[in-house]
Design a protein around this ligand. Structure first.
Ligand code: FES
Length: 103
C-alpha cells in the first residue's frame, strides 16, 4: 500500500492510498482537481501533468522518451514534471507528494 499526497489545482492537499494501477487513475477516482486524464492513460494528452516533489524524484523516477516528447508540448514543464498516467503505483511510492501542474 502506498500513501500518495496530491496538491490539487486549488492548492488543497489530499492524501489517498492505493496499491496498484496508475497514479492518474487514482487521482481521477479521488476527484483531484486539475487531473483530467482525457486520453485514458495512453500518454497522449498531458492532462495528467504533475510536478514531483524534489525529494521524491528518486522514488518516482524520470519520464521515458515518449512521455518527454508529450511533455514538451505542455506548459509549465520543469525537471520535476511527470505525466502521472505513466507512474505505476507500488509500495515504492509511499509518502510521495505530487503537485498538479498549473495550466
Ligand atoms: S492521461 Fe493522457 S497523458 Fe496521461
Amino acid at each position: 500500500m502506498a500513501k500518495i499526497t496530491f496538491i490539487d489545482s486549488n492548492k488543497i492537499e489530499i492524501t489517498v492510498e492505493a496499491d496498484s494501477g496508475s497514479v492518474m487513475e487514482l487521482a481521477v477516482q479521488n476527484g483531484i482537481s486539475g487531473i483530467d486524464g482525457d486520453c485514458g492513460g495512453v500518454c497522449s494528452c498531458a492532462t495528467c501533468h504533475v510536478h514531483v516533489a524534489a525529494e521524491d524524484m528518486d522514488k518516482v523516477g524520470a519520464a521515458n522518451e515518449i512521455e518527454q516528447d508529450m511533455l514538451e508540448l505542455d506548459d509549465n514543464v520543469n525537471e520535476f514534471s511527470r505525466l502521472c498516467c505513466q507512474i505505476q503505483i507500488s509500495e515504492q511510492l509511499d509518502g510521495v507528494t505530487l503537485t498538479v501542474a498549473a495550466e
